[in-house]
Structure formats: structure tokens, C-alpha cells
Design a protein around this ligand. Structure first.
Ligand code: E4P
Length: 214
């Protein structure tokens, strides 16, 4: 399973990339707003040290404008993936961008039917929003499992990118279901390392080492 980092914060990306945890990056308009920096400058900086895919989201709502935006964004880095919302106009744009060999990530996916439509349009990635479904009392993980089954039934190549993940259990469950990618916020990525038995075991080893260290 690939790990993408779900942030536009360059310092956080650098820190986790140094730990070997970053296979790619996902951003969205809210994450760009959060860092308060220029969009283009930020993506170019991320692209200067990340070789994997970097998702950049369009803000246009009609397909022609989405395509124009996409053609601008792909010039910002070496492996830019265009994030397109799950709408009829969005799927028109995905079809055309796919023909132009521009990679896409269909975002704001909340049903397996939407994921099937995205795959038929030729999307490179589909992003089911797990946490946002959980927030309204549905099961985000059930959605990931449904998409896995549908894609396997028809051998779609579209990759399942589990998004809106809120805690380590979401990452583990996504991996067990067979999602291709998990995009993970930095704070959750750091929690993936944690286990209380690791902490207490290390503390004991360090304490015992004092008895024989010079
Ligand atoms: C990533 O591609 C998504 O935009 C992101 O995971 C959404 O997460 P949120 O529901 O926590 O905003």
C-alpha cells in the first residue's frame, strides 16, 4: 500500500518524507487555505523534493475550465495529478484529460456507484471520503470495500485512494480491504509509529543498559 500525505504544509511533508513515509501528496483548496501561502509556489516547492504523485484540485465547475486549469497545473511539477470533483462536468473533463495522458484523481466520492462512474471515465485514482461518511453515521470502510469488489469484478485499473482518514485504524482497515493508497494527515502518520509496549519496552532497555554502560 502506498502512503500519500494529506497536507500542503511543506515542513510537515519534509519531516515525514525523511522518515521514508511519503509516496505522494494530496492537497485540496481547504488545505491550501490552511497554510496561507501562494498555491503555485507551494506546489512547485513540494514538487522540488517529492518524486511521487502530487494531487492538485481544480476549482472550476465546468469541464472546459477544468481542463484549462489542469493544463496550467501540470506545468507546476513533474508528477501532478489533477483532482476533479465527482460531477457530470467533472467526468467529462476526466475523459478528455485521460486522452491527453493527464492523470486524474476523482474526489468527493461517497458511493460505490460514483466510483464506478469515475473508473468508466478513466480516472487514475478515486478518492472515497471515509471520515466524512463516518461523521454522518455511515460506514466509510464499507464504501472502500464495495469499491474494491466492484473494481475487482471488472478489473478496472483505477486505484482506490482512501481519503478523509482520521486515525490509524482507518489506515489499517483500508490496507486490509486492499485500498491501493491511503492519504493520511501528518498527525495521523506520526501515530502509526506508536504503541505503548514499544515505549515501555524501550524505556526498560535504556534503564537496564545503564547498569553495564561505562
Ligand atoms: C484528500 O484527498 C481529501 O481532500 C482529504 O482527505 C479530505 O479530508 P477531510 O475530510 O479530513 O477534509
Amino acid at each position: 500500500m502506498e502512503f500519500f500525505i494529506d497536507t500542503a504544509n511543506v515542513d510537515e511533508i519534509k519531516k515525514l518524507n525523511d522518515m521514508g513515509l511519503v509516496d505522494g501528496v494530496t492537497t485540496n483548496p481547504s488545505l491550501i487555505k490552511k497554510i496561507g501561502r501562494d498555491h503555485c509556489e507551494t506546489i512547485k516547492e513540494i514538487s522540488s523534493f517529492i518524486n511521487g504523485p502530487i494531487s492538485v484540485e481544480v476549482i472550476a465547475i465546468d469541464s472546459n475550465s477544468m481542463i484549462n486549469e489542469a493544463e496550467k497545473y501540470v506545468k507546476w511539477g513533474k508528477n501532478i495529478v489533477i483532482k476533479i470533483p465527482m460531477t457530470p462536468e467533472g467526468m467529462k473533463a476526466v475523459k478528455i484529460l485521460t486522452k491527453k495522458n493527464i492523470k486524474t484523481n476523482v474526489t468527493l466520492v461517497f458511493s460505490a456507484m460514483q466510483a464506478l462512474i469515475a473508473a468508466k471515465a478513466g480516472a487514475t485514482y478515486v478518492s472515497p471520503f471515509v471520515g466524512r461518511l463516518d461523521d454522518i453515521g455511515h460506514s466509510g470502510m464499507e464504501l472502500v470495500a464495495q469499491i474494491r469488489e466492484v473494481y475487482d469484478n471488472y478489473e478496472f485499473e483505477t486505484k482506490i485512494l482512501a481519503a478523509s482518514l482520521r486515525h490509524p485504524a482507518h489506515v489499517l482497515e483500508s490496507a486490509m480491504i486492499g485500498a491501493d493508497v491511503a492519504t493520511i494527515p501528518p498527525s495521523t502518520m506520526l501515530k502509526l509509529f506508536k504503541h505503548s509496549l514499544t515505549d515501555s519496552g524501550l524505556a526498560k532497555f535504556l534503564e537496564d543498559a545503564k547498569s553495564w554502560q561505562k
